[in-house]
Each structure stands twice: as structure tokens, then as C-alpha cells.
Design a protein around this ligand. Structure first.
Ligand SMILES: NC(=O)c1ccc[n+]([C@@H]2O[C@H](COP(=O)([O-])OP(=O)(O)OC[C@H]3O[C@@H](n4cnc5c(N)ncnc54)[C@H](OP(=O)(O)O)[C@@H]3O)[C@@H](O)[C@H]2O)c1
Length: 483
């Protein structure tokens, strides 16, 4: 079949410097350095591209080389392919280390001497309490000036802890940079499975006409992890499930699934439709169910009698004509039956079919976006069973990402490349972050969490939430794209 080609990505030609504040961080070790290797391997780095990594320790060139090499040769779930020493060498030729404390102006003097390029990217792999001092020092030393070239800044989660703190962070960023210089990175938007939602919806002709309240009965999202908080008690106990994945990842999925078709496949139009959708969500705060897995209180660094939720389920609606009256049910949590993230669009059962004697609750058509694992898009349909008698049975038609030729691109590699190119489509702008927090904050009137057993699908109250409307949670299938 002829391949439909979309506007391509040419190799970039420019002199460019990437400055990583916190090159010794966990973030740099597990995500950034491996992503730079992948960009090198895929020939996507500009010829005249180099990296300066900053940290406080004194590290000599030889020791720094060993450090980068050991990162590249450590296999992790994020980066588990073989490392070609020649590619690693090419990358090492581009990276150097600069020691210094960001509170010390001398570091920025030294940085200025090393950065002659007019195009610069500042990657902040440090905690947000250091942003202000870094920005101040960049300005003072003329490093973020854009007179002849450009400069961009990349920041990561946490992008605030509620609406107020997100607004403060945005004000800080926008005091020093313009919105088109700021890249708020959440790796979730870099996932191919998420980006493919838009390609699938707007590249095909048959599904979009069905995406409205005439055909859609309801939408449900499950984001489940079978593991607990591990050693992250310090972080997680202050955050909880709603802020950890609800405010960001789940709203991003929901926006991509239900946003209006943008005028063009451009940053401005896509972002604007995502933001519009998130702003139009009607929260139903009384619907929310919080849960906590049994023995959570015994986890390391969890405070005594903590009421932090490790699970939530909620109902929401979209305030537009297209989805008026279509409920959206969301559940997410830890220590659940299976690690799986999927969105199911469940269609209405028409009473007019001639074969309507079947039990529609088991046969309802559904379009399922399986985000992870066994990534794919699945259509649940009814088909005839074997045998003489006419009997319909539910079955699945599936597209599996792993059937595509080649390897999927790591989200960090893709997003880092977008930063080099200057494409903000899959980054959040200030209004989007604030709209997400506004939605999440409306559920923050804390209810006590219900304790649920490990390996379940959460507290029974989450089942009651959906069942009171005559619907039920679809159990994510283990069969999808399994071979
Ligand atoms: N880790 C992840 O997977 C992950 C994922 C998403 C977002 N994030 C975010 O990324 C940021 C970093 O997280 P992390 O877990 O990677 O932290 P981390 O491992 O503790 O690293 C912190 C980094 O900051 C540097 N640093 C601290 N104080 C400094 C100073 N005064 N001057 C210069 N450098 C300084 C440290 O360098 P030295 O100690 O060597 O000086 C180190 O490289 C946080 O905002 C976090 O929320 C992390």
C-alpha cells in the first residue's frame, strides 16, 4: 500500500549549544543522556552541535567520559538496546563538563566564555527552587539574549502543585522568557501512542463522524499500575494519584481523544484545541472516589496516618454540543490488578438492529486506544460464532504498534528533537497547565480514601460510581496485541 507521507523532518543545519543544568541528576542519567545517544545514532543532531553539562562536583574530562559511558552502558527499561562504541564516541566528542554552583556568578562567567553559539537551549534538570537564580544569572551574563540567534529553556514536572503555584511558576518563566522560548516537557506527550491518536482520528475518515453524543455512550479511561510507590514516599506522599497522573497524563489523553479537529496540524492550532477542550471539562467533585492500597502507611517515608490517595476514580463531562450528556469515567492508581493504560470509547447500542436479541452490555462496540503495554488501537465488534445456529460473539479487530516496521522512537528523543527544531506542539503552554490545574484543584476537597486490597481494581466505591449509571468498567484485556 502507498505510504501517506506527512511533512518530513530534515537534518538540522545550525550551530547549537545545549546547556544541561544538573548533568549529574537522575533525570539526565535515565532520560537525557540516553536520548542524546539515540539522536546521535539516528543522525538527527546538527553537525555543529555540542553540550555543556553542569554540576557542583569537580569532575575531570577523563572521569566525565567514564560517567557518560557508564550511563550509556547501563541497561534500563527506558534504554535497553546495545550501545555502539563508535556512536558513543561521537557523542562524547560533543559533551563537556563545567563544574560550579548556580548560586555562584563565576559559573556563569565561565559558561559565557564557553558559549559562543548564538543558538542555545538551557535544560533545567534541577529542582524548581533553583530556577530563579539560574534565570537571573543567565540574564545578568547576557546568556539568554536573543539579539542575533535564539535561546530556549526546557523545564519538567513538577509544573506547580496546584493552580496558584503553577501560575507563580508561569509568571517566573514569562518574566525572563517569552512563551515561544519555554518548553514545558512531559514525556507523555512524546509517546507515539499518544501522538498517533491525532493521526488516527484526523488521518482516517470513518471514525470522526461517530465521535459525538449521537453515537458515543460514554468514554472511560483506566491508568493502572500493578506496583506501589517503592522508595518514592518522600515525593508521592505529598502529591497523590490525582496530581501525579490525573492532572497531566490523563487530561492530555482525554484532550487528544475529544478535541475538535484543528484547522491545521500546527503547534498553534493543536495546542489551542487541546486547551479549549480542557477548559470545557465540567468537573463533578461529588463523584470522586479516593482509595489507598492496604499497608500504604507502612511504606518508607510515608507520614503517620497519611490520607494521600494512591487511587482515584471520577466522572466528568464536556461542556460542548458535540459531547453533551456523554459521561467520562476516569480511574487511576497503584497496586492494581495489572499495569495498563487505555481509553475506551464505548458506542451506543441502537435498538433498531435486526439482530438485537443479543446481550448488548457485553456486545457494545468500543474503540480502544491501548496506550501501554501491547500498544495498539482495537475495535470491539460482534461477529458470528462457528456452527449452524446464529450466535453473535464479541471479538476484536486490532492495529498493533509493534507491527509497524522499524523501532518506536523514545519520547525523550522525540521531544528533545522538537526542542532543537523549535516545535512546541507536544509541549504544554502556560494556559494549558493552568487549565489542567484548575480541573484537578476542583477535586481537591479531600475525602478520606477507602482502603483497597493489592491486586484489585481499587475500592468497590469506584465500581459503584460507574454502575449507578447502568454502565461498568471494561476489564483491560490481556489479549490485545499479544504475540
Ligand atoms: N528523575 C526523574 O526521573 C525525573 C522525571 C521528571 C522530572 N524530574 C524533575 O527533574 C528535576 C531533577 O530531578 P532529579 O530526580 O533528577 O534530581 P537529582 O538526581 O537530585 O539531581 C539534581 C541535580 O541538580 C544539581 N544541583 C543541585 N544543586 C545545585 C547547585 N546549587 N548548583 C548546580 N547544580 C546543582 C545536582 O548536581 P550536583 O549534585 O552534582 O551538584 C544534580 O545534577 C526535578 O525538578 C524533578 O522533579 C525528574
Amino acid at each position: 500500500m502507498e505510504e501517506v507521507s506527512l511533512p518530513g523532518d530534515a537534518k538540522l543545519k545550525m550551530k547549537l549549544k545545549l546547556i544541561i543544568f544538573g548533568v549529574t541528576s537522575n533525570l539526565a542519567q535515565i532520560k537525557l543522556i540516553p536520548a542524546l545517544y539515540d539522536l546521535e545514532k539516528d543522525g538527527l543532531l546538527p553537525d555543529d552541535f555540542s553540550v555543556i553539562g553542569i554540576g557542583r562536583k569537580e569532575i575531570g574530562p577523563k572521569e566525565f567520559r567514564l560517567y557518560i559511558n557508564s550511563i550509556l552502558n547501563t541497561k534500563s527499561p527506558h534504554h535497553n538496546h546495545e550501545v555502539d562504541p563508535r556512536i558513543a564516541d561521537d557523542l562524547l566528542g560533543r559533551i563537556s563538563y563545567l563544574s560550579g554552583d548556580v548560586n555562584d556568578p563565576v559559573l556563569f562567567e565561565k559558561l559565557k566564555q564557553s558559549v559562543k553559539s548564538s543558538k542555545k537551549i538551557f535544560y533545567l534538570a534541577v529542582y524548581p527552587d533553583l530556577y530563579k537564580i539560574i534565570f537571573n544569572n543567565l540574564i545578568k551574563h547576557g546568556l539568554s539574549r536573543q539579539k542575533t540567534g535564539w535561546s530556549r529553556v526546557v523545564v519538567e514536572k513538577p509544573l506547580g502543585n496546584n493552580l496558584k503555584s503553577a501560575q507563580e511558576l508561569n509568571s517566573l518563566l514569562l518574566k525572563y522568557f517569552d512563551e515561544d522560548q519555554v518548553y514545558r516537557l512531559d514525556h507523555y506527550l512524546g509517546k507515539e501512542t499518544l501522538q498517533n491518536i491525532l493521526d488516527f482520528r484526523f488521518g482516517n475518515c470513518i471514525f470522526e463522524p461517530l465521535m459525538n453524543n449521537e453515537f458515543v455512550d460514554h468514554i472511560q479511561i483506566t491508568s493502572a499500575e500493578e506496583y506501589g510507590i517503592g522508595k518514592r514516599g518522600n515525593y508521592y506522599d505529598n502529591v497523590g494519584a490525582l496530581k501525579d497522573v490525573g492532572q497531566n497524563h490523563i487530561l492530555q489523553m482525554l484532550a487528544l481523544i475529544t478535541m475538535k479537529e484543528p484547522k491545521n496540524f500546527s503547534n498553534k492550532d493543536i495546542t489551542s484545541e487541546r486547551v479549549k477542550l480542557i477548559k470545557s471539562l465540567i468537573p463533578e467533585p461529588e463523584s470522586v472516589v479516593f482509595g489507598q492500597y492496604e499497608n500504604y502507611l507502612k511504606e518508607e517515608n510515608v507520614i503517620e496516618n497519611s490520607t494521600t490517595e494512591t487511587f482515584f476514580a471520577l466522572e466528568t463531562y464536556i461542556d460542548n454540543k458535540r459531547f453533551e450528556g456523554v459521561p467520562i469515567f476516569i480511574r487511576a492508581g497503584k497496586m492494581l490488578a495489572r499495569t495498563v493504560t487505555e481509553v475506551a470509547i464505548v458506542f451506543k447500542s441502537s435498538a433498531k438492529r435486526i439482530l438485537n436479541t443479543q446481550d448488548c452490555s457485553s456486545g457494545q462496540n468500543a474503540l480502544i486506544y491501548r496506550i501501554q503495554p501491547n500498544e495498539g488501537i482495537i475495535l470491539k465488534v460482534l461477529v458470528r460464532s462457528h456452527g449452524y445456529e446464529r450466535k453473535l460473539t464479541p471479538s476484536f479487530m486490532q492495529f498493533c504498534h509493534r507491527n509497524l516496521p522499524g523501532e518506536p522512537m523514545d519520547p525523550y528523543e522525540r521531544l528533545l528533537y522538537d526542542v532543537l527544531k523549535g516545535d512546541q506542539t507536544f509541549f504544554n503552554d502556560a494556559p494549558e497547565i493552568e487549565a489542567q490545574w484548575m480541573f484537578a484543584d476542583s477535586f481537591s476537597q479531600k475525602k478520606k480514601p477507602f482502603i483497597y486490597p493489592k491486586g484489585s481494581w481499587g475500592p468497590k466505591q469506584a465500581d459503584q460510581l460507574i454502575e449507578k449509571s447502568g454502565r461498568h468498567w471494561l476489564e483491560p484485556s490481556t489479549l490485545f496485541c499479544q504475540f
